[in-house]
Design a protein around this ligand. Structure first.
Ligand code: LIP
Length: 263
């Protein structure tokens, strides 16, 4: 299957599973459990939506591997792995904030530092937008080609996020302090996949966040690079909450300098 065909499959399954997520939201959300902290919740819908995505992929692509936020890994023989976040922005979802997304990516390889992203879809069921990309085919939102933006004279419109461990918040706020001098303003949307899609669409100029999981950024990173931007994780794998940066090449270099190399 070509990257474009993998993208089309990701779009089809993201649309179907997004509809399920939206329906379950309307019916009322039930909390299934908490994970790394009280703030790190998983709903019944997260699990049900991932099970649907996994079953559809297994039927269409039985030899592919799987890595999902809720159900973990499944080995494959094809060399392709599907990396899935069924509801990115779960706290938004559970709180009735419509900014959440289904994120599905196909990559070659298993290690996020070495894999090759082939295709991805980020679907916002309530907003009704489908962001998609295939390797060397560009990035789109509902058929419109995407292009990243360069910050204007007022500065960069940036987005960021905070982890579920309260002890990391002071450090993350200090990071915000380091980049605000070049910022026009800051957004905290609550969904990394949506933030990255908005960078690809030129709605945001840049994004920075520590501690993302592979399923949070797999599809969004490809959207950014296929829209002419850069997505980097400049620190080594030994760093616990690694920094993720996205934006134009120039802005990413400046964010990295300010966050990691400024005294
Ligand atoms: C969320 C990310 C968000 C981050 C949250 C969480 P989840 O993913 O999309 O950017 O700030 O801490 O990781 O848990 O909703 O899939």
């Amino acid at each position: 299957m070509s990257p474009a065909e993998l993208r089309d499959l990701a779009i089809e399954i993201a649309r179907e599973s997004g509809e399920l997520a939206r329906r379950r939201r309307a019916e009322g959300v039930s909390l299934a459990a908490t994970k790394s902290s009280l703030a790190d919740i998983v709903t019944e819908a997260d699990r049900e939506v991932e099970a649907l995505i996994r079953a559809r992929l297994a039927a269409e692509r039985p030899d592919d591997g799987f890595l999902g936020e809720e159900s973990g890994t499944g080995a494959g023989t094809s060399g392709i792995t599907w990396v899935v976040d069924p509801i990115d922005g779960t706290v938004n979802y559970a709180s009735g904030i419509p900014l959440y997304a289904v994120s599905i990516a196909a990559v070659e390889g298993e290690d996020p530092d070495r894999w090759t992203p082939l295709a991805g879809a980020v679907h916002s069921p309530v907003v009704g937008e489908m962001f998609s990309a295939a390797r060397a085919e560009g990035a789109f939102v509902d058929g419109t080609r995407l292009r990243i933006a360069e910050p204007g004279p007022a500065g960069a419109l940036l987005a960021t996020g905070f982890g579920y461990d309260p002890s990391t918040h002071v450090g993350d706020l200090a990071t915000v302090g380091r980049v605000m001098p070049i910022a026009r303003d800051l957004r905290r949307g609550g969904s990394a996949a949506t933030d990255l899609a908005y960078v690809a669409a030129g709605r945001l100029d840049g994004y920075f966040e520590r501690g993302l999981q592979p399923w949070d950024f797999a599809a969004g990173a490809l959207l950014v690079t296929e829209a002419g931007g850069r997505f980097i994780r400049p620190e080594g794998a030994d760093v616990v909450r690694r920094l993720n940066l996205a934006g134009s090449a120039e802005l990413v270099t400046e964010l990295e300098r300010r966050i990691l190399h400024q005294p």
